[in-house]
Ligand binder design. Structure first.
Ligand code: ATP
Ligand code: MG
Length: 431
């Protein structure tokens, strides 16, 4: 392997990562490994995020201890993975920290030979472990022995200069695992860094290969693009590189229209704002918001009559659209159905917007508030009035019809005792 033998070491006084910012449970594991004579590093995204002053999502560890040695050291651990065994060390509240042994190859490499279970030959040196990773800024280690940073791949320089670069030869990296191309785009959008020239050129050459990847992995990485809060930038890069049309070929037609393209990018900004809101949403909601700008194109609402029958047919049409659109990525049936329902329900708002009033049976449906949230987000993107409707307050228990019936019953009961009392029901439109 053409790797430099010695890494660049950045001593503690020359970098900003403090133990105060490291998860205390991760520190405990690092220290225990170290005190038992093992090398113990913090690795991957957490080192990158700490360096950039961000809060890491999780803390991953790597060590030269073998999986069984890790398990022997931590009674609260379990070995997982058939192909590449690694340990999860558990803590109260369902929390766990992943500890892996330095290894030679990425589990995602297409040509990684299937090692026999419990094989020792998957393990490698720290240098090899750094080189198996995707981009340089994800390949820096934090060494608990002296709190220094250990960089085999030029990640520190790229962090300083704001560059996303494949580790090693980008052609090889992308051919081995095309999903890395989505990761390059996501990390560039998240950090605001620019993609290095060779990496970018190689991405343009190989982008079509994403079609050959495991659909579940593509789906997971794509959903991360939507959830991270930088979907606008990510999808913009996906448009520029053609990646979006490799993943969703049917969107190429409607996106030729400049206005729709603008509206699409606007709705992605709304999607990014969702992440900052206090009320989190689920994947089907993200998918519905992502696809909403294309609803009218694929399912023109004017082709369906009003009323419940028209709505049922419309919903069917939306479902038929989503099956080939989301189907190839093996989105769960639940996510697909829920997204279809959310999208189809938007037509109800459009139908009743001119009247300014929504049918009571719709307002009471359990999915009404989610559909309304989507409608309001979209209205915001279009620059329209987001609440053109009036409907009974949420705490009003009964529909107007039920209220009337209850009042009549009450009046009958009272009239039995005193036939002279006749009153109108509260809010009775007939009175
Ligand atoms: P995030 O903050 O979103 O979790 P991350 O960089 O930590 O970003 P993970 O998916 O958690 O991403 O992966 C952890 C680490 O594993 C990465 O930093 C990278 O070093 C390595 N990695 C992940 N996916 C790949 C891949 N497809 N090929 C090579 N290395 C990978
Ligand atoms: Mg991570």
């Amino acid at each position: 392997m053409d790797q430099p033998v010695l890494p660049r070491i950045l001593p503690r006084p020359e970098h900003p990562i403090s133990r105060k910012d490291i998860d205390p449970d991760a520190l405990k594991i690092l220290y225990r490994l170290y005190h038992h004579g093992f090398t113990a590093y913090l690795v991957g995204g957490c080192v990158r995020d700490l360096f950039l002053g961000k809060t890491p999502k999780d803390f991953d560890l790597a060590t030269d201890a073998h999986p069984r040695q890790i398990r022997d050291l931590f009674r609260n651990s379990r070995l997982i993975g058939r192909r590449f065994r690694l340990a999860h060390v558990y803590f109260p509240g369902g929390k766990y920290i992943e500890v892996s042994t330095f290894r030679r190859r990425s589990e995602f490499d297409a040509e990684a030979p299937e090692p026999p279970p419990h094989s020792e030959n998957t393990f490698g040196t720290p240098g090899e472990d750094a080189f198996r990773r995707d981009i340089t800024i994800n390949g820096i280690f934090y060494n608990i022995a002296d709190f220094s940073l250990v960089d085999y791949v030029g990640g520190l320089e790229d962090l300083r200069r704001g560059i996303i670069r494949c580790i090693g030869d980008p052609d090889e990296k992308f051919l081995q695992d095309p999903v890395r191309m989505i990761r390059v785009i996501r990390h560039a959008a998240r950090t605001g860094f620019s993609v290095e020239e060779n990496t970018y050129r190689s991405l343009l050459t190989h982008v079509e290969r994403l079609r050959l990847c495991s659909p579940a992995r593509v789906r997971d990485e794509f959903l991360r693009e939507l959830r991270e809060g930088t979907a606008r930038e990510s999808i913009q890069s996906m448009l520029e590189t053609g990646m979006l049309f490799v993943l969703f070929p049917s969107l190429a037609g409607p996106l030729q229209d400049g206005k729709r393209r603008e509206y699409f990018l606007g709705s992605l900004e709304a999607l990014d704002r969702l992440r900052l809101s206090e009320d989190p949403v689920s994947d089907d909601f993200y998918l519905a918001l992502f696809l909403l700008p294309f609803l009218e194109f694929f399912c023109p609402p004017e082709e369906f009559p009003g009323g419940r029958k028209g709505q049922a047919d419309f919903q069917l049409k939306v479902r038929e659209w989503l099956i080939p659109t989301l189907g190839p990525f093996l989105f769960t049936r639940y996510s697909r159905e829920a997204a279809a329902q959310l999208l189809a329900n938007q037509r109800i708002f459009r139908e009743f917007a001119p009247a300014g009033k929504l049918p009571w049976h719709w307002v009471r449906k359990p999915d009404f508030s989610r559909a309304l949230r989507l409608f309001q987000l979209e209205a915001g993107v279009r620059g329209e009035e987001s609440s053109p409707f009036s409907w009974p307050a949420a705490d009003e228990k009964f529909s107007p019809r039920k209220r009337k019936r209850r009042f009549r019953k009450k009046r009958k009961r009272e009239n039995r005792g005193n036939p002279a009392v006749v009153e109108s029901p509260p809010g009775d439109p007939d009175s």
